[in-house]
Design a protein around this ligand. Sequence first.
Ligand code: ATP
Length: 450
Amino acid sequence: MPAKNIEELVSLCKRRGFIFQSNEIYGGLQGLYDYGPLGVELKNNIKSSWWKSMVYDRDDIEGLDASILSKQDVLRYSGHEETFTDPLVDCKKCKSRWRADHLEQDKCPKCGSDDLTEPRPFNLMFKTNIGPIDDGSSFAYLRPETAQQIFINFKNVIDSTSKSIPFGIAQIGKAFRNEITLKSFIFRVREFEQMELEYFVEPGQDEKQHEYWLKQRLDWWEAQGVPKDKLELYEVPKKELSHYSKRTVDIMYNFPHGLEELEGVANRTDFDLGSHSKNQNELNISSKVRDNKDSNSKLAIKEPHMDNWVVPFVIEPSAGVDRAVLAIMNEAYREEKLEDSSRIVLSLRPHLSPIKAAVIPLKKNNDEMVELAKKIKSQLQELGLGRVILENTGNIGKSYRRHDEIGTPLCVTVDFESLENSDITVRDRDTMKQERIEIKDLNAYFLKYF
Ligand code: ATP
């Protein structure tokens, strides 16, 4: 059973140190959140799992980590300056501002008035200046998506890796959007992270590849604990497609606040590479691209079997890390009735758990026991599975509850018998079953479990 409402998740996140309001001690900053000690581990594990499936498990995708600050040219030729807008309306009565397409019955959500201004486009990109002189030439944007930096590095990657199509470039990183209205905790924020793949294919292969990537992405979500029957595919209507898209299918998840986009899988055609290319008339570009006089590069490929330069089509699965955190936590959350009490359990898939195991000495002040627990912690940490902690609180029941709530799959308890027999108890988060295991067999047990 997922969480009953978003408040349950918000409360767990704050209480246990997953997510905090950003700039909190100065009153907070809207639409920004900070990931705490457990949140950063969960987020890193989600990103590693995506990276592994995209880059390490395959041989046709390379990674990239490009800059966040972007030259104006990049976002001009990409079309974002002109089209990356949302319709903004003002309420004339209470002076609040809203996204016109998110209003119910064209009424102000704050005061209920229908005296609103006509919608006008509001560009979502954050602007800044680079360097000490603040003039036109220092102007820059914070990127609104990681994708453009992948496109403008297309030639660098091919030249340095000798890749041929189909191949992809994967990137995980921050993106910034000055969203008009914020929503549901970390669902819609102004600074967030994206996991984006741009997969370059021969024109004509794009539709087949689009289907392939949709299936891949559903499989990946399932492996993170968000099963396919909780996801819905939404075919974005033609009139709502972004300027670059031939077809976009959104992967929708039933968040605590409703069914909304978790990831978008778009066919971006040859629009972006074409737009950023010089000498466009020498290229057979199918999209209506902007005439480019500033680029010094031709973002096309010519392989031995090709007669002409080809601008590849692009399939883009683009997932938000923050929405992934929310969906994965929501799916893992359950409240369980026990005989005379209840417990909250976060049944995260073990590879995503912020803490893989807690080693707990039964008695806080027993030096021998604590020493042995420290040794076991180091031994397990060395396995490289992720974070293992020593929890020296002396209250075993409380420790188990805490670790159930934060999703730690295994707890290892060191007791008096451990000192005599060199064995410990391993407790499983989901079944609460306890097993006695010899310390010498513990590594093998962990490796098998994870
Ligand atoms: P929405 O319609 O919800 O605003 P979008 O269609 O603008 O989303 P894309 O441009 O397709 O989103 O971005 C790809 C992914 O990045 C989204 O599926 C989402 O997971 C994430 N994302 C986009 N905007 C935000 C945001 N403001 N806060 C958190 N995640 C976001």
